[in-house]
Structures are given as structure tokens and as C-alpha cells.
Design a protein around this ligand. Structure first.
Ligand code: 4NP
Length: 152
């Protein structure tokens, strides 16, 4: 079982989008049994208000026919580091924040998602840009590149 945790700042826009895009990709390839997939935040404010998936992410997933379930924001915990095989961040600041919570990445589990792509870069935060479309296509590119990296 390969355990994957997608992480962003708030866990309501990018990381749940990546969670469900990646879930659909592995399902389409008949690989569901090999994966456990979840997402988390580096900040705790959305967890405190029990926030669900942002409207913009929901609408984007619906328009691209990506199935999703309810997901409530939760902050990444130090114990997640031992549990997950891959902790996939959306941008550089997520990587720094994850490390400050879980400690030194001794097992090389923490990666920026688009580091697997041909053009490594951050995935911009649609909470600020309002551009969920751009986020979606960056996430598709990153998830696809990550799957290729796994060579399954
Ligand atoms: P996300 O976007 O990290 O892609 O989920 C954000 C969502 C909420 C906030 C910031 C970023 N916020 O400040 O509540």
C-alpha cells in the first residue's frame, strides 16, 4: 500500500482537489487497491471552523467530472510523517511549514508536487488568485507526473 498525503496551507482548495484528482487517476488505472490517499493543511484555522471543500474546488471538480466526497480540513500532525510514504506539497512555503511541524525529512518523503513535472514550480493558491482552472491543470500535471515517477 502506497500512502499519499497531499498538503497545502488551508486544506480546502488545492490539496483536496489533488486528493480527488489523484484518486480518480488511480481508479482509472485499476490501481485503487494499492493506494491510500488523503489531504491535510499546514495551518489549523480551517480545522477549528470545521471547514469543508471550497466552493471553487467543488465546482472545478464537478465540471471535470472528478468524483469527490465531503472532506474537512485538518492540520498535518507529526505522526503523519511515519504513517505516509509520500507527503506532497503544493508550494515551497508548504514544504517549509510541513518540515517545521513534522521535523527533518530523514526518509525523503516530502516533495513539492510539481517537482515531478518537467517544469518544477509552485501551484498557485486559488484562495488568492481565484483561478481554480489553472490550479486544476497544474494538479493534473503534477499527479500524472507523480504516477509516472512511481512506474506502476
Ligand atoms: P489552500 O488555500 O491552501 O489551497 O486550501 C487556502 C485556503 C484557505 C486559506 C488560505 C489558503 N485561509 O486563509 O483560510
Amino acid at each position: 500500500m502506497i500512502k499519499v498525503l497531499f498538503v497545502c496551507l488551508g486544506n480546502i482548495c488545492r490539496s483536496p482537489m489533488a486528493q480527488f484528482v489523484f484518486k480518480q487517476m488511480v481508479e482509472e488505472r485499476g490501481l485503487s487497491d494499492q493506494f491510500e490517499i488523503d489531504s491535510a493543511a499546514t495551518e489549523g484555522y480551517n480545522e477549528m471552523c470545521h471547514a469543508g471543500i471550497h466552493y471553487g474546488t467543488r465546482e472545478m471538480l464537478k465540471s471535470m467530472h472528478v468524483p469527490f466526497e465531503e472532506h474537512y480540513s485538518r492540520r498535518i500532525r507529526p505522526s503523519d510523517y511515519a504513517y505516509y510514504d509520500y507527503i506532497l506539497a503544493m508550494d515551497d512555503s508548504n514544504v517549509e511549514d510541513i518540515q517545521s511541524i513534522v521535523g527533518v525529512d530523514t526518509d525523503n518523503k516530502i516533495h513539492r508536487l510539481l517537482n515531478f513535472a518537467n517544469k518544477p514550480r509552485n501551484i498557485k493558491d486559488p484562495w488568492y488568485t481565484g483561478n481554480f482552472d489553472e490550479t486544476y491543470w497544474d494538479i493534473v500535471e503534477g499527479c500524472d507526473a507523480f504516477l509516472k515517477h512511481l512506474k506502476l
